[in-house]
Design a protein around this ligand. Structure first.
Ligand code: EPU
Length: 306
């Protein structure tokens, strides 16, 4: 406790942004699951972020970078060290001709809304994908129609030592639902190049995708989006359905009856409940179909990696 307090005091003196202690992460995740963060910092600007990263590196304080909290499962016992929450920083969003420059903290829905309003096509496939643009780029978020990196020119990152760099799309080591950014680096901005189309056309596509999503996904219940990556040549949700696990419940968590690749929080679910269901789905799918499902969500501090 003493240690936490002194870290909070030192951080308060170091940055202009807000510092919270013992902050319940359940309030910040789409799942509404997760114990407290020892210390959560909201950097006010780039300078704050650089200072936080440098201090954490110099003092070997573990850091968790937190975006929109949409694709993340946080342990019930919480997170030790420093959580840097970027959801209130880097909110610039600007369109010039076919280009959009976008801060990492901007919601993907806002980026999509601006591109539609300006008659810029390309990102419609991101319809309904929650979270921040920084998180979406890091995980190369997308659907079978598009991956966000398809339309990206470059990103600006801050590295662990507080240095800034621009990386072109080709330097991101991007693949299906992943990038290979330098360890300890944080995305602060991205620049997209899109194509011209009519506003009506773009809005029509978005509406169709929203209707489809509402019909096929459990959008009204708390979840973290798709749990697993789709394996090559197949669909994770279909495999979970085939092995008969849709609707399986553990505590307050349930494998969605609507879509097999979603786990929903029916109320009071713990991270342990969700992890149990994940392991059960992985095991059954492996035993009955021979397919190894990999995690799409980030499971913080767990030995079960993606
Ligand atoms: N399907 C089943 N059973 C299920 C779920 C799906 O048979 O329980 C079948 C569907 O009938 C359909 C096929 O599987 O024929 C594909 O399903 P869907 O269109 O729902 O797509 P998905 O591959 O399961 C992907 C993305 C979603 C995105 C949708 C948009 C991944 C891992 N998931 O899901 O993204 O919203 O496409 O169509 O790529 C996310 O990443 O968090 C996410 C929700």
């Amino acid at each position: 406790m003493l240690e936490t307090q002194s870290l909070q005091e030192r951080l308060q003196g170091l940055i202009k942004g807000t510092i919270l202690t013992d902050e319940p992460l359940a309030s910040h995740t789409y799942f509404r699951i997760g114990g407290p963060a020892d210390v959560m910092a909201f950097p006010a600007d780039l300078e704050d972020l650089k200072r936080l990263l440098k201090m954490a590196r110099d003092e070997a304080i573990p850091v968790l970078i937190f975006g929109g909290g949409s694709n993340m499962l946080v342990p019930d016992w919480g997170v030790k060290g420093l959580v840097i929450n970027l959801s209130r920083t880097f909110l610039e969003l600007e369109a010039v001709d076919e280009r959009i420059r976008c801060g990492a903290g901007v919601r993907t829905s806002r980026l999509l809304a601006l591109s539609a309003m300006r008659g810029l096509t390309g990102l419609e496939g991101l319809t309904g994908i929650p979270g921040t643009v920084g998180g979406a780029i890091k995980g190369n978020a997308g659907t079978p129609l598009i991956a966000i990196i398809d339309h990206l020119d470059w990103i600006r990152i801050v590295d662990g030592g507080g240095g800034e760099r621009i990386l072109s799309r080709d330097a991101l080591g991007a693949g299906y639902r992943r990038t290979a950014l330098p360890a300890g680096s944080v995305i602060v901005e991205g620049c997209f190049t899109l194509r011209r189309a009519t506003v009506t056309e773009i809005r029509g596509t978005i509406s169709k995708l929203l209707v489809r999503r509402n019909l096929t996904q459990p959008v009204a219940v708390r979840s973290a989006g798709c749990i697993f990556k789709n394996p090559p040549g197949d669909v994770a949700g279909r495999l979970v359905e085939r092995v008969g696990l849709k609707g399986l419940q553990r505590g307050g968590a349930q494998i969605s009856e609507k879509h097999g690749n979603f786990i929903v929080n029916l109320g009071g679910a713990t991270a342990a409940d969700v992890l149990w269901l994940i392991e059960r789905a992985r095991t059954e799918v492996m035993v009955k179909t021979g397919v190894a499902l990999e995690l799409e969500i980030q499971v913080v501090g767990s030995p079960i990696a993606g």
